[in-house]
Design a protein around this ligand. Structure first.
Ligand code: GLA
Length: 340
């Protein structure tokens, strides 16, 4: 009897660049994801792939630093092995339907699928998500938040997941019946480790140092007192975005789709102007999607600097640009027994 572990990618409906500052986020799982199939046992984790070159071969007692393992995709596998210290090895295949570097949580899906295949206990989603979050930093040095890993595990169908990244409490927010999310790729793939992601985080921390308080506790009005213009803009994004998360959660619960769409657009503008993580292509796609009948609103999703935009639309609405995926919130990670 073999195993099949599945972990979804995600779109973030709202709340970007807030998770690592202890803020609020509202992602949902999508139907694209990473899958690990094979058999548990032995002293090695050995995975091949149809999408990625080379083979990941990690000894369970390996002392090597995951950041230097070859091929590069095996760094995620090695870092998960180092974090969860599984009892048994695994021989099998890792495949993903997510575009790498597309802003859809592709690396978190790989981490969670590998952790699940290696026997991590999905009944304790937070613990597994935290191990995978540490694995991301260990593998590629990206100081990410908890959002992608936690939604990949804790998502339930037909609901977005509100995460309070300070208390780590989660709430399932029902997704309106007649709505869908469409995902459109800008064509720009990016490697987060090579973007100013870590710089943005450092700027937010510098803003907190300057005011002597957590951004989470500041009101948007208080942010306007920050003297340094760049830090003021970064802090303005984070505080207004936290407010938009709860506004969107309420709008979705009440089925107020027009208002929900306006909040997505406001978030995009904030990410573009105050946080400076959009690109001309992402902006053009958002403009095009907003002009489409049946689309309530659109925004960049995830870290930005390239990757995807999302549109909140009425089910079945035809969308002009090629759609990578569309649908309603999907389920989180799972492990199944399969026959060989
Ligand atoms: C990446 C990180 C997340 C989050 C987003 C931006 O996806 O992995 O933790 O910070 O960027 O919201």
């Amino acid at each position: 009897m073999g195993q099949r572990a599945w972990a979804p990618g995600r779109v973030n409906l709202i709340g970007d660049h807030t998770d690592y500052m202890g803020g609020l986020v509202l992602p949902m799982a999508i139907g694209l994801g990473a899958e690990v199939t094979g058999d548990r046992g032995g002293d090695w984790v050995m995975l091949g792939s149809e999408q990625f070159d080379g083979v990941a071969e990690i000894a369970l007692d390996s002392q090597s630093d995951p950041a230097f393992i070859e091929p590069p995709w095996a760094r995620y596998v090695a870092a998960v092995v180092a974090e969860i210290a599984p009892r048994d090895g695994f021989v099998g295949v890792l495949n993903s339907t997510l575009p790498p570097g597309g802003g859809l949580g592709s690396s978190a899906a790989v981490e969670v699928a590998v952790a699940t295949a290696l026997g991590a206990d999905l009944a304790d989603p937070l613990r597994v998500a935290q191990a995978c979050q540490r694995a991301e930093e260990r593998a590629v040095g990206v100081p990410c938040g908890i959002m992608d890993q936690l939604v990949a595990i804790a998502a339930v169908p037909d609901a977005a997941l509100r995460i309070d990244c300070r208390t780590l409490e989660i709430d399932h927010v029902p997704f309106p019946d007649d709505a869908e999310v469409a995902v459109v790729h800008s064509g720009d793939q990016r490697d987060l480790a090579k973007t100013p992601y870590a710089e943005r985080r450092a700027e937010c921390e510098a803003a907190e140092e300057l005011v002597g308080r957590r951004l989470r506790d500041l009101s948007p009005a208080e942010v306007e007192d920050i003297d340094e213009p760049l830090l003021r803009r970064r802090a303005r994004h984070v505080t207004t975005e936290n407010d938009r998360v709860d506004a969107l959660a309420a709008a979705l619960t009440e089925g107020q789709l027009r208002y929900a769409g306006e909040l997505l657009v406001a978030s995009h503008v904030s990410l573009r102007d105050d946080f400076e993580v959009s690109t001309p292509r992402l902006d053009a796609l958002v403009t095009e999607l907003r002009a489409t009948p049946g689309v309530f609103g659109a925004r960049v999703t995830g870290a930005g600097f390239g990757g995807c935009v999302i549109a909140l639309c009425r089910s079945e609405t035809p969308i002009g640009p090629p759609v990578l995926w569309r649908g309603r919130p999907a389920h989180g990670a799972e492990l199944r027994q399969i026959r060989d």
